[in-house]
Design a protein around this ligand. Structure first.
Ligand code: ASP
Length: 304
């Protein structure tokens, strides 16, 4: 198994499937009274978060604790980072403290790759800028597999702010590795330059692609990364690219609706859809713990 998980492209189909299979076993543990395995006893996992997070940080923490690792949570606010300490100096401090794995979220695309050159342990990318978020793609693949069975041959439609979405990038890569077909749907201003070379189709017409989807993944409109106007108004965006009840009913009966969270309810997704039986949003969060346990298990198991 690999030492670091920096990108979804670090995983071939065999490695990704092994992680998903292990996550199935880890999920079975959540039903037990004692939700703990001794696997990572004596190992230290540092959560190094330079950007806000709810789901990812908590679920990495829960995952590491369920494997009996010692967990250190480091947030940039309140640390020497606010005194101007560089990522490299922070990394060397963590190294000196004997971190076996560092889970990093950073606003700069590529920060986890740099970190991996400075420390001896494993580096796990928990979201770097607009670049990648590989464990999100793994938990989405896990959710797809548990709801729809086989991923190969399925059609996944990813909708919205693709330009700023590390979730979309990692999903396109992993879904392609696992044999799914992906269609990106977004306003032309939110389709990244170069997306034509990705293993995905691009469409500007949500209504047309929905009847052929097995899953539709709605992306958050990332206002915090938008310095300028990418669409005329929130209302106009919702009208063309938001998922509401009538639009959801264009999906085939078996199709599911996903969202990585946090949601802008009423913008890219209406409450009716988010809280419907097709929605896997809460399930995705629960699956995140099992998938991250599987990732920690395999990555830390490979560097002793
Ligand atoms: N939580 C995801 C991320 O950190 C998606 C989002 O923020 O919209 O990338």
């Amino acid at each position: 198994m690999i030492q670091h998980l920096l990108s979804a492209s670090d995983l071939d189909a065999t490695a990704a499937t092994l992680i998903l299979d292990t996550a199935t076993e880890m999920a079975a543990m959540a039903d037990r009274d004692v939700k703990k395995l001794p696997t990572l006893r004596g190992r230290t996992v540092v959560n190094l978060f330079y950007e806000d997070s709810t789901r990812t940080r908590i679920s990495f923490e829960a995952a590491a604790k369920r494997l009996s690792a010692d967990v250190i949570n480091f947030s940039a606010k309140g640390s020497s980072v606010s005194k101007g300490e560089s990522l490299k100096d922070t990394a060397l401090t963590l190294q000196a403290m004997g971190a076996d794995a560092v889970v990093i979220r950073h606003p700069a695309s590529g920060a986890p790759h740099r970190l991996a050159t400075w420390i001896a342990g494993s580096v796990l990318n928990a979201g770097d800028g607009t670049h990648e978020h590989p464990t999100q793609a793994l938990l989405d693949a896990y959710t797809l597999r548990s709801r729809l069975g086989e991923i190969a041959g399925r059609h996944v439609v990813i909708v919205g702010d693709v330009l700023h979405s590390r979730v979309a990038r990692s999903n396109v890569v992993l879904l392609d590795t696992l044999g799914a077909k992906v269609t990106l749907v977004a306003p032309p201003t939110l389709v990244p330059v170069g997306a034509g070379a990705w293993p995905a189709d691009v469409s500007f017409d949500l209504d047309r692609v929905l009847p052929d989807a097995d899953a539709v993944m709605m992306l958050r409109v990332q206002k915090e990364r938008m310095g300028e106007a990418y669409f005329p108004s929130a209302r106009e965006y919702s009208r063309r690219y938001g998922l509401d009840g009538p639009r959801m009913r264009r999906l085939p009966g078996h199709a599911i609706v996903m969202h990585p969270g946090p949601m802008n309810r009423g913008m890219e997704i209406t409450p009716e859809v988010a809280d419907s039986a097709r929605s896997t949003i809460v399930e995705q969060v629960a699956n995140g713990v099992a998938v991250r346990m599987a990732v920690l298990y395999h990555l830390l198991g490979s560097v002793k």
